[in-house]
Structure formats: structure tokens, C-alpha cells
Design a protein around this ligand. Structure first.
Ligand code: ATP
Ligand code: MG
Length: 584
């Protein structure tokens, strides 16, 4: 098997320089001591750890957020200033009599107000939910209703387009605070945030915060069904902080760019909380994906640690690595990816384009933080998700007829990926779905719904979602394996593989493929792809059918939606498509 070796120097210089001994020594109690806690036994509050404790003296002068506006504007917000701005926001909530524990929702692009409001609401003790700003009115209504949002922070234009039409239905909503982004009169039933912030005092004593107090409500991506609301508590910050150190090699002073939107858990856990808790500088780009712009940011903003997703990597790969190589990236030290499987091609492309491999890591909205990762000090096995973080015990489980689970018998046997409960950023419930939450656990184990295997060296390999597994002629086939093989073909940009019901063999493997620019979607290529896959995978696993499509359906966060490919193939209702990105 192919291995990308790290040099001794690379291992020595990494934060997690000695993985086995870190695993042996580490405890979450120790990680808690890396944070300050509120003064005088006041508990633990995310915003204090992320901002206030870095806000005084020289530390306070360090840039917390470097904001890059769509149209070229720049704004540097120092830690001291971020502490003040978030304090003002917390005071605004106080002045409006917003109860501690109330739901505060945010619906905005990546503008500075979003960040100060998230942190200010956490100071105030609210339960915060950032929503992806590209959501339409329906997904907004569903989430605000489910989460009983009392306050919404948005912009005037988003309010007019997406909230005003559903405002009548939002019974829990009491306050709408808007950032003006047009010249029209202030919409009825809203208050302008700017003047409220200016009038509010710039200091705020964070009330005592129980580490178990709810802090964040995040909705899952909706890849496999209706999105679920996962509730997280303030002590999640212990895990955000420790996992960013271990898995992202992140340190004070780093210039860190997490390309996920705060509307997704990655964009909050690692796009706001973790880097600030480490006193790094956070790059925030307001603009949408654009390969050229991203290369420029990585280079000119001297990004040292970059956390992105396979969907972005695939888009960059589409354009070839020459464009990437036209720049130098002198500060870039570490690249990581999360959200979907990262196939070996993408890991190698990192080396080709940036001189650095891309480090895959694995986690879910439910886990609140990174659980399995390829560390800076560790050899990479391209295609593997890596090893569990210190403090995390992961296992591959087999389900027993009596409802119990046990570890699979030998290495490389596939089963459900499970995590032993007890890390601080674990979700505490699915909102209003307590029974569903409880079904995720067997004894001490949280069952993730993903299938994986563990190799003899302890690396975990993603096999597929439990729901996506294909049963064909007695074989159990994981779509990722088939997708990875097709991705090796030079014409292929994206693949989604499903099982299509078949009366004889149960299911046949069918692949949907999108091509790179410059390749014609003709019969010759289709046949070539069938042969290519068959040669790599063998006839039992290779797709029997391949369909070339202009693009594949994806969630708003960029994940390929296999369930939708399947529903369309079978002419079935598409189920919840509120998070679907592509229009039909
Ligand atoms: P839903 O739960 O609503 O169906 P979702 O599972 O996509 O949506 P998220 O919590 O955003 O919602 O995504 C977590 C899932 O993404 C994981 O359970 C896994 O299936 C997939 N995933 C994340 N990282 C990786 C990775 N490195 N390799 C493979 N799959 C990954
Ligand atoms: Mg999920």
C-alpha cells in the first residue's frame, strides 16, 4: 500500500509530535486546564475562552479576524476590539430583555456582524444557530420554528427576500436585528443593529456559565434525510481547542483559513471558536468560491493553516494544478479537509499544487469536533481518514441480533464506526427528537451511522454511509471505493455511486459521473469508463451502468447526495430537498 512518509523533522515540529505517548497521557481534564474558565469559579463560556481572555495587553492587539470583503474591502478586527464589539451585542440583547437561554439565529453572509453577534450571543448565554445565508424561506422557517428562535440577526436585503414572506409563521420570533445592506427604508418589524451596537456599553461581565449550559444548535447537512438539530454545550470549547491543536496543528499566531461557512458546524467550531481560542488570526472571505481568488488568498494573506472540503478541492482540481503552481504559498504549513471522503487523487493533488499533502479528517455535526485525523506528524495513507484523536476511542462494530454491538473480529472487517462517549463536544440531544437521539447509543458507544474499517496499523478507512451501502450478488459494496476508482480517470471530475434495485442480484452498481472541461460526454468515453472501472475493481464491484451528467446534485454544503440520485433513478419522491443546492 502506498504511504506518504513524513520526515523526522516534520514529526518533531508538529504540535502532536508523539502520537502514541500523547494518547497515553491525554485526558479531557487536562485539556480543560489549557483554558482559563470564567473568573471566580464562574464556569466555562465559549466566548470568554475565544475572545475575552486574549483581549488585554499585547495579546489584545493581535488580529483576531481579517475580513476580506467581496468587492475588495478589508477590515482587521483585533482581539481587544472583538471583545468590545461582542460585549456591545450582549448588551443589546440585555437591553431588549432577551432571556438567557433564548434561541438567537443568524442569517447573513460572512460579514463582520455575524461573528460579533455569534460571540456576543454566547456571552449573553443564548443558544446560537447560524443559518447558511443561501437558504430559501422554507429551510429558514423550518429551522427557526424547530429551534424556537426568539432573535434573528440578518441583513435588510435577506430579510426582505427570505424572512418577510414567512414572518407570520414564525411565532416564537420576537426581535429582528438587521444590518443595512441597501438604501431602502428599514423593513417594518425590524431594528437596525448598527445604532443599537453604538449605543450599547463596550464591556460585559459574562454571567456564570455552567459548562453543561446549551450554547449552539447546529443542523446537520441533510445528506441522508431531513436535517436534525444537534444541541451542543459550552464545554464543547475544550474539544474545539484541543482538537484544533492536534488535528490541524494550529498554534497562537497562525493565520488560519477555514473555508466552511458558519452556517455549517465546521464553520463555527473551526471557522470561529477553535482558532480564536488558540489566539490565531482568522481569515474570513466574504466571497463565494473562485479558484483564482482562493490561490491569491492563500498566497497573499500568508495563510499558514488551511482547512477546506473535498468539494472545493475537486473544483480546484478541475482547473488543473498549473494555476495553483503559479504562486508560492511561502507561509502554508498544513492543509486539511473534512465533510466527505477525500480520495487519494486529492491528497496527491495537494502535493502537486501546493507542495503539501491534504490531510483528511472525519467528524460530524453530532460530534462537534474532529474525531479521526491524519496528523501533521503522521505518515499519510492516501484515502484513509486517519487515527482517533487523543481522548477519543473509536471502534468498528458489528450489530448483534439482540440489539447489542461488539467489535468486529479482525482487522479490515467492515462495520459501523462507533465512538466511546465522554468527549466534551458530544451533542446532548437532537432537538425535539429525544428517542432518535437515544437510538444512537448502545451502552457506552455512540454509533455514527457511517461504515468503516480499521487497518492493522490503526488507520480508519471510510467505507460509506450505512444507508448508502450496496448489496450486489451477495457482496456488500461501499460507494466510496467505486467512486475513488473512477476518480482516477483523467476525464472525471465528480462521481456518485448508488445501488439500483435488480430482481436477480439485489442491486446493480450504478455510477453517475460529471466530466472535467474539455471532455465530450459520448458513448466512447462512457464505455472507456466502464472498462477502466472494471479493470481496477473487478467485475463484482465495478459499476454495470455509468451515466454521464452535467453536474451531480449536492447539499448546500457541497456534498454529493446519493439518496437523490437514487430517488431520481427510481422515479421516487425526492424526500427532503430543502438543502439541495442545484436547481432542477
Ligand atoms: P445528515 O446527517 O443530515 O444526513 P450529514 O451527515 O452529511 O447530513 P454532517 O454532520 O454535516 O451531516 O456530515 C457528517 C458526515 O459527513 C459524516 O457522518 C460522514 O458521513 C461524512 N464525512 C465527514 N467527513 C468525512 C471524511 N473525512 N470522510 C468520509 N466521510 C466524511
Ligand atoms: Mg449525518
Amino acid at each position: 500500500m502506498e504511504i506518504l512518509r513524513k520526515s523526522r523533522r516534520e514529526a518533531r515540529e508538529a504540535v502532536l509530535d508523539d502520537y502514541p505517548s500523547a494518547c497515553a497521557r491525554f485526558s479531557w481534564d487536562e485539556a480543560r486546564t489549557w483554558l482559563d474558565g470564567l473568573p471566580g469559579e464562574g464556569g466555562l463560556n465559549i466566548a470568554h475562552e475565544a475572545v475575552d481572555r486574549h483581549a488585554t495587553g499585547e495579546d489584545g492587539e493581535r488580529t483576531a479576524i481579517r475580513w476580506l470583503g467581496k468587492a475588495g474591502a478589508r477590515r482587521e478586527i483585533r482581539y481587544r476590539e472583538l471583545a468590545e464589539l461582542s460585549a456591545r451585542f450582549a448588551n443589546v440583547l440585555d437591553a431588549l430583555d432577551v432571556a438567557h437561554g433564548a434561541g438567537v439565529f443568524l442569517l447573513a453572509g460572512r460579514i463582520p456582524e455575524l461573528y460579533l453577534a455569534v460571540l456576543g450571543a454566547l456571552k449573553h448565554g443564548a443558544v446560537v444557530t447560524p443559518l447558511f445565508s443561501a437558504f430559501g424561506p422554507e429551510p429558514i422557517a423550518t429551522r427557526l420554528t424547530l429551534g424556537e428562535g426568539r432573535v434573528l440577526v440578518t441583513t435588510t436585503s435577506l430579510y426582505r427576500r427570505k424572512v418577510a414572506p414567512i414572518r407570520d409563521r414564525l411565532e416564537s420570533l420576537e426581535q429582528v436585528l438587521v444590518v443595512r445592506d441597501d438604501d431602502q427604508p428599514l423593513p417594518e418589524g425590524t431594528r437596525e443593529l448598527g445604532p443599537l451596537l453604538e449605543a450599547a456599553p463596550p464591556d460585559y461581565a459574562i454571567p456564570a456559565t455552567d459548562p453543561e449550559q446549551p450554547a449552539l444548535l447546529h443542523f446537520t447537512s441533510g445528506t441522508t434525510g431531513t436535517p436534525k438539530g444537534a444541541l451542543h454545550v459550552h464545554q464543547a470549547v475544550v474539544a474545539h481547542h484541543a482538537t484544533a491543536r492536534f488535528a490541524l496543528d494550529l498554534r497562537a499566531g497562525d493565520v488560519f483559513w477555514c473555508t466552511a461557512d458558519p452556517g455549517w458546524v465546521t464553520g463555527t467550531s473551526y471557522g470561529i471558536i477553535a482558532p480564536l481560542s488558540l489566539s490565531a488570526t482568522l481569515v474570513v472571505d466574504e466571497a463565494e468560491f473562485d479558484a483564482e481568488r482562493w490561490y491569491r488568498i492563500l498566497d497573499e494573506e500568508a495563510v499558514s493553516v488551511w482547512y477546506t472540503a473535498p468539494t472545493a478541492v475537486r473544483m480546484m482540481m478541475k482547473g488543473g494544478s498549473e494555476r495553483a503552481r503559479s504562486r508560492a504559498y511561502p507561509s502554508l504549513r498544513f492543509i486539511a479537509s473534512v465533510g466527505e471522503p477525500l480520495n487519494p487523487q486529492a491528497v496527491h493533488w495537494g502535493v502537486e499544487a501546493f507542495g503539501l499533502p491534504i490531510h483528511d479528517n472525519w467528524w460530524q455535526t453530532e460530534t462537534g469536533g474532529i474525531m479521526i485525523a491524519n496528523f501533521a506528524s503522521m505518515d499519510i495513507r492516501p484515502g484513509a481518514m486517519g487515527k482517533p484523536l487523543p481522548g477519543i476511542e473509536a471502534a468498528v462494530m458489528r450489530h448483534l441480533p439482540d440489539g447489542d454491538v461488539e467489535r468486529v473480529g479482525h482487522h479490515d472487517e467492515e462495520g459501523e464506526l462507533a465512538l466511546r462517549v465522554g468527549w466534551p463536544s458530544m451533542f446532548r440531544t437532537y432537538l425535539h427528537e429525544e428517542a432518535r437521539y437515544r437510538r444512537c447509543f448502545v451502552g457506552d458507544w455512540y454509533l455514527t451511522g457511517d461504515l468503516a474499517r480499521r487497518d492493522p496499523e490503526g488507520y480508519f478507512w471510510f467505507v460509506g454511509r450505512a444507508d448508502d451501502m450496496i448489496k450486489s450478488a451477495g457482496h456488500l459494496i461501499g460507494p466510496f471505493e467505486v467512486e475513488s476508482a473512477l476518480m482516477e480517470h483523467p476525464a472525471v471530475a465528480e462521481v456518485g455511486v448508488i445501488g439500483k434495485p435488480d430482481p436477480v442480484i439485489g442491486e446493480v452498481v450504478k455510477a453517475f459521473v460529471a466530466l472535467k472541461p474539455g471532455h465530450a460526454p459520448d458513448e466512447t468515453l462512457r464505455r472507456e469508463l466502464l472498462g477502466f472501472a472494471r479493470k481496477r475493481l473487478g467485475p463484482a464491484v465495478a459499476p454495470k451502468e455509468i451515466e454521464i451528467q452535467a453536474s451531480l446534485p449536492r447539499t448546500r454544503s457541497g456534498k454529493i447526495m446519493r439518496r437523490l440520485l437514487k430517488a431520481r433513478e427510481l422515479g421516487l419522491p425526492e424526500g427532503d430537498t430543502s438543502t439541495l443546492e442545484t436547481s432542477r
